[in-house]
Write a protein that binds this ligand. Structure first.
Ligand SMILES: [Zn+2]
Length: 307
């Protein structure tokens, strides 16, 4: 009996073990499967997340690029607008403004410097910069070719570069009316090269020696029509410092001539020179400016006239 019971117990135990093995055989693969599925799911989620992150990153990069491109385009547009603003445009209003240059409702003054650039020009530019005043330079083509960098500086500092012909030799420029236009173009080409602006045209000429009178009056008058047909206006002056009236002017002399000629004019176009020999004009300039300020003048250049 005892033996039988033992046998039965053994048999039972063996059956239980078999059941256990079966359970293990079922559960283990299920667990492995579940682990595998979890692993796969985790990986899928991870890959999806990475993909999303990459997409977001790529989108951010693309947006950043578009933004940078837009900023670049805006910057270029702004630079082009500023560049265009400095290229004089002659309109009907501009023609009328030149015709009425010597009349104005308010007190205004145009500082103009002829015959440069020369070694005197930088001193004049320094003073103008310090005083925050914009002037007009009637440059000579032959001088522009000698000092292109100085012309570039004049331009970049916002002054108006106008045209005084090429040679300043009366017998040459006034040999024929066409020659006046020719010299204008020669000077304009030199300016274009110096400032690096191929479309530049000041549309503004000052006759060497002035328009009125003299032995070449007829040629000058004929040239006026030719210039006008080519959209070129001219301007003389109605005040001066007398720096071309004597070989050795003094500051006192220039100040006296300035006061005499400016008088109580409302619109004054002042003739001065920045040629090599006109050092005194540069020395007198601070006094000239303070006198005009005291008289209540507003300083203008020809950008406010030709537009
Ligand atoms: Zn001159």
């Amino acid at each position: 009996m005892e033996k039988f019971l033992k046998k039965t117990y053994v048999a039972q135990k063996s059956e239980e073990e078999q059941v256990d093995i079966k359970i293990v055989l079922i559960i283990v693969p299920i667990v492995i499967l579940i682990v595998a599925i979890i692993f796969i799911i985790i990986n899928i989620v991870r890959i999806e997340n990475e993909k999303k992150e990459q997409e977001i990153y790529a989108k951010q990069i693309a947006e950043q690029r578009i933004k940078e491109e837009q900023i670049k385009i805006e910057k270029e547009k702004e630079e082009e607008r500023k560049r265009q603003e400095k290229i004089p445009k002659l309109t009907e209003q501009g023609r009328q403004n030149i015709e009425s240059i010597y009349s104005s409702d308010t007190k205004r003054v145009f500082l103009t410097f002829d015959d440069g650039p020369s070694t005197v020009t930088p001193t004049i530019l320094d003073i103008l910069k310090e005083q925050n005043i914009l002037a007009t330079f009637f440059v000579l083509g032959s001088r522009v070719e000698q000092m292109p960098d100085m012309v570039k500086r004049i331009y970049e500092e916002g002054h108006y570069i106008a045209n005084h012909g090429y040679s300043h030799v009366y017998s040459s420029i006034y040999s024929t009316p066409e020659m006046v236009l020719n010299e204008y173009n020669q000077c304009n080409d030199a300016v274009k090269n110096a400032i690096g602006v191929p479309e530049y045209n000041s549309h503004l000429f000052r006759y060497p020696g002035g328009y009125a009178g003299g032995p070449y009056a007829t040629i000058k008058a004929q040239a006026k029509d030719i210039l006008s047909q080519n959209d070129i206006l001219y301007v003389d002056w109605n005040a001066l410092t007398g720096d071309a009236e004597t070989t050795k002017p003094t500051i006192e002399f220039e100040m006296q001539r300035l006061q005499e000629t400016v008088g109580n004019k409302n619109s004054a176009v002042i003739l001065m020179h920045d040629a090599q020999a006109k050092k005194v004009t540069a020395e007198a300039l601070p006094q000239i400016i303070s006198y005009l300020k005291e008289q209540g003048y507003e300083f203008k250049n020809f950008y406010s006239i030709i537009k």
